[in-house]
Structures are given as structure tokens and as C-alpha cells.
Design a protein around this ligand. Structure first.
Ligand code: FAD
Length: 291
């Protein structure tokens, strides 16, 4: 299949890209790695008149830690993010999760900004962005704004970005010292989209309890969700297997996992319970109790 006709524009700078987006805002899409967009085009699920191709745009692929924040340029390829020493130091959860994000050939081309902007409900990057309180930087002609990932993701494949805006950077606060992370996922095959997934960042207290806990899930709803109820139930407590299991079950009982051809809602919930328990106990350095 071939995509519908479109005009291809290749800006060399963020300013030029923003001008192009503003000029064609009634029918425009940004082209990043093309790993999702090209499929949408050939299936005629998107028919933009203009593609603004960021692949030759300068200043969009830096990966660095500055002032306690990991800054990921939107055009940084997923494989580069996965392998970057700055990511290993500041947000190892992201590197662990990206290992699951499709085949390596896709990660060679796909970008971190594309994953965030695409907002696929199964996206590992979106789940980690939520878990680690990432912020998304959006540029438009004449200015930019920044918002929490929690506010950026609106629904499956829907974000707060306006047509004339582009994602330029993802900002992730460096994890507090001693924080341990775990990412667990189940798909039909390893490189397939996740059926269910859990991201955890746990900061232990000096007494061995949990000082801070962040948990996000793929498959608990129509888009990645923070499991606030688990976080609240376990904060200040010790990660005892029974307590963790009860907190996870209670929180997931309130969620509405989707039912589709891959899994029923009940099966997703059961898988999520096991993944969340395992991930929290792994991050806490505790063994999972025998079922
Ligand atoms: C075989 C296969 C398996 C895959 N498996 C997984 C998986 O397991 N997990 C997973 O998360 N993903 C998976 N993907 C999707 C892949 O990770 C994509 O790379 C990613 O979703 C989009 O990144 P991209 O850079 O290719 O963006 P593109 O495909 O170029 O763009 C995707 C969307 O985001 C918009 N966009 C891109 N960049 C920007 C920007 N800077 N500002 C504003 N809008 C922007 C585009 O306009 C488009 O709407 C898979 C893809 C394939 C082909």
C-alpha cells in the first residue's frame, strides 16, 4: 500500500519547523522516526497534506543531565536513549523499559519524542514518563511551554499538543539517591506491544521502609495510568509480600482494563497483579512470596 500524497518539508532548525507547522496547521503532521506514522499513512488512518520532517533539524537529539534533570531531545533515537550513560545514571528505568519497546530495528529509527507524542496506550516510554514525573516541552512559533506527562497524555493516541506545536524535549528529574527501579511486561512475544506492564521507582527509607514509591501501569486503562492507590497504601510501610499483594489488588480492582483480541479485562487485571507485585518487591530488594 502507498500513502496518500503529501508535501514533504525538511526544516533545518526548530524555528523553521515551528514556522512550517504554523503555516500548515490545518493539515500537518510531524515526521520523526516514521515507525508509527508511516503505518498510519499507508492504512489511510491519517491524511495530512504536509509532513514536517524533523530528521534534518538541528539541536533535537541531545541526551544530557543538567541541573538535576535528564534532558532528552525529541529526536534522540530510542536505541541511543536506551544505551546512553546519562540515562543509566539518571533514569535507569527508562533504559530497562525501552528494551521491551519493539524490535531493535524499530528502536534504531524510532525516537523518544515520537513515542511520547504518539501516546500509544502500550508505550513503554509513556508509562515510564508517567512513573518518573517527566515533563514534555512543546515549541510553537514564537514560544514554548512545558507540562507534566500526566497532563500531556489525554487518551489513547491523543495528547495536549496542538497541531502547530512540536515536542522538542522530554525532561525527567534525576532519581533521588538510593532509588531502585523495576519494569515488568507481558506481551504475546517479547517484541510485541505490551498486553500489560508495570514501572516502579522505589526510594527506601533509612529504617528499611518505603520513603517514596511511584508505580505506573500499561493495560490498567485506556492509556498508561499511575497507580496512586498503591503508592499511598505502601508509602511509609515495609514491602512485605502480603501487604504489597493486598495494596496492588485493591488498586487494580478500581481500574478498568480494556478487553480486546489479545486479552480479556479479567486476564489483564490478573497479569497486572502479578507484574506489580513482582516489580515492587524487586525494586524493594525483596523476594516475591510463593503464590
Ligand atoms: C514492528 C513494530 C513494533 C513496535 N513495537 C512497539 C512497542 O513494543 N512499544 C512501543 O512503545 N512502540 C512500538 N512501536 C512503535 C515505535 O516505537 C515508534 O517508533 C513510536 O511509536 C513512534 O516514534 P517515531 O519516532 O517513529 O514517530 P513517528 O512514527 O514519526 O510519529 C508518530 C506520531 O507522533 C507524532 N510526532 C512524532 N514526533 C513528534 C514531535 N517531536 N512533536 C510532535 N509530534 C510528533 C507524529 O506526527 C505521529 O503522529 C512499534 C513499531 C513497529 C513498526
Amino acid at each position: 500500500m502507498k500513502p496518500p500524497p503529501f508535501r514533504h518539508l525538511a526544516p533545518r532548525s526548530i524555528e523553521e519547523a515551528c514556522d512550517m507547522l504554523a503555516e500548515h496547521a490545518d493539515s500537518v503532521r510531524v515526521l520523526a522516526g516514521g515507525q508509527s506514522l508511516m503505518a498510519l499513512l499507508v492504512m489511510r488512518m491519517a491524511r495530512p497534506a504536509v509532513l514536517v520532517d524533523l530528521n534534518r533539524c538541528a539541536g533535537l537529539d541531545d541526551i544530557a543531565v543538567e541541573g538535576g534533570v535528564l534532558r532528552l531531545g525529541a529526536m534522540a533515537r530510542q536505541i541511543a536513549v536506551q544505551r546512553a550513560p546519562a540515562v543509566a545514571q539518571a533514569a535507569p528505568l527508562l533504559a530497562e523499559a525501552l528494551h521491551w519497546a519493539g524490535p531493535r530495528a524499530v528502536r534504531n529509527r524510532g525516537t523518544i519524542g515520537g513515542s511520547i507524542a504518539h501516546a500509544d496506550p502500550s508505550s513503554e516510554a509513556c508509562c515510564v514518563a508517567l512513573c518518573l514525573d517527566a515533563r514534555v516541552v512543546l515549541a510553537r512559533r514564537g514560544g514554548s511551554r512545558e507540562m507534566a506527562a500526566r497532563d500531556f497524555f489525554r487518551d489513547a493516541l491523543v495528547t495536549a499538543a496542538e497541531p502547530e506545536e512540536m515536542v522538542t524535549e522530554i525532561r525527567i528529574p534525576v532519581l533521588p539517591p538510593g532509588t531502585r527501579c523495576a519494569f515488568e511486561e507481558v506481551g504475546v512475544r517479547q517484541a510485541d506491544l505490551a498486553m500489560a506492564g508495570i514501572a516502579v521507582a522505589l526510594t527506601p527509607a533509612p529504617d528499611g521502609g518505603i520513603a517514596a514509591l511511584r508505580v505506573a501501569a500499561i493495560g490498567a486503562g485506556g492509556l498508561p495510568l499511575r497507580l496512586d492507590a498503591v503508592e499511598g497504601a505502601l508509602r511509609g510501610r515495609r514491602a512485605e509480600p502480603g501487604l504489597v499483594r493486598d495494596a496492588v489488588r485493591a488498586a487494580l480492582a478500581e481500574c478498568e482494563p480494556p478487553s480486546d483480541l489479545v486479552a480479556s479485562a479479567a486476564h489483564r487485571r490478573a497479569v497486572l497483579e502479578g507484574l506489580a507485585e513482582r516489580a515492587i518487591l524487586r525494586a524493594a530488594g525483596a523476594e516475591r512470596a510463593a503464590a
